[in-house]
Design a binder for this molecule. Structure first.
Ligand code: NAD
Length: 289
């Protein structure tokens, strides 16, 4: 396939490189980042999109996505698919989908889980909104860039799934961290706490796969001085998106709202910026004195 890839940052560059490595003809464009080896450098986003069967975008936010979509959609050939893999708000995903539809294009919102390691190793999970036909066109590419793609429903459903997943993740990470800090105060050994909770009803991905306590459980950013991993400010971005989505449909998300407030405080007023989102544990320990 001919692929246009726009946004070659931490995630986009390895994803595009994996597509080129699998034999696809990839033209890439980024306003700042270098174009990886094996990818033709296009002079603009619209040049990368011209003649492409699929255009993939991996951009910072919904405002930038909408700007890029306005440049790219008119340059694409009819019947091609516009596939956005960024994490953005549901409304932006739906606006771009309707613009693509009006131009005779397929479109997908296909945000990812799995982080930079998943992008490099081709083990991302894609959660996808859009038509079945567009999903079928892009599925072979999802199989190269990832290990799993779930077709979640119509336009916006992929972003909805991503936002709900990460709201659960933010909340479970906070409660896992506050529980470790409580255990410290109660004189409970952290390893014993892990041994019990990881095999009891309090278990979660935050505890079992990404334990926020250094030296306990599998290797995680806690074992690397809380270098990200998944940065606290990216978690804050996703919790902000969850709150915006909840407000737009009138849904009650009290724990999600509290998680958003705590990460905002951690990033904006404390020392959370640039640290992994699991650094909530040393934060609680410090606050507990
Ligand atoms: P990044 O900042 O490293 O990459 C974004 C790239 O977009 C940058 O290279 C930037 O120069 C480029 N860009 C900005 N405006 C542009 C424009 N108008 N035209 C072309 N290129 C433009 O970010 P990232 O870590 O690669 O994340 C990308 C997306 O993936 C975000 O939406 C993020 O929330 C999501 N995501 C990131 C992770 C992660 O662990 N990093 C995990 C899951 C999802």
């Amino acid at each position: 396939m001919r692929i246009g890839f726009i946004g070659l940052g931490n995630m986009g560059a390895p994803m595009a490189a994996n597509l080129a490595g699998a034999g696809h003809d990839v033209a890439g464009f980024d306003t700042a980042a270098p174009v990886p080896a094996g990818i033709h450098a296009a002079g603009s986003a619209s040049e990368a999109a011209r003649d492409a069967d699929v255009v993939i975008t991996m951009l910072p936010n919904g405002a930038i996505l909408k700007t890029v979509a306005q440049q790219v959609i008119p340059a694409m050939k009819r019947g091609a698919v516009f596939c956005d893999c960024s994490t953005v708000d549901v409304d932006s995903a739906r606006v771009v989908a309707s613009q693509a539809r009006a131009a005779g294009l397929g479109s997908l919102d296909a945000p990812v889980s799995g982080g930079i390691g998943g992008a490099q190793n081709g083990t991302l999970t894609f959660m996808v909104g859009g038509s079945g036909a567009a999903f079928a066109t892009v599925q072979p590419l999802f199989e190269i860039m990832g290990q799993k793609a779930v077709h979640c429903g119509e336009a916006g459903a992929g972003q909805a799934a991503k936002i709900c997943n990460n709201m659960i993740l933010g909340a479970t990470m906070i409660v896992t961290c506050e529980a470790f800090a409580l255990a410290d105060k109660l004189g409970l050994d952290r390893q014993k706490m892990f041994d019990v909770v990881s095999t009891s009803s309090g278990y979660s991905w935050s505890m079992n796969a990404y334990c926020p306590a250094p030296g306990i459980g599998p290797q995680s950013p806690a074992d690397n001085d809380y270098r990200p991993g998944f940065a606290a400010e990216l978690m804050l971005k996703d919790l902000n998106l969850a709150q915006a989505a909840a407000q737009s449909v009138g849904a009650q998300t009290p724990i999600g709202a509290l998680a958003q407030q705590l990460y905002e405080q951690f990033v904006e007023q404390e020392d959370g910026r640039g640290r992994d989102f699991s650094a909530m544990l040393p934060r609680f320990v410090k606050m507990n004195g």
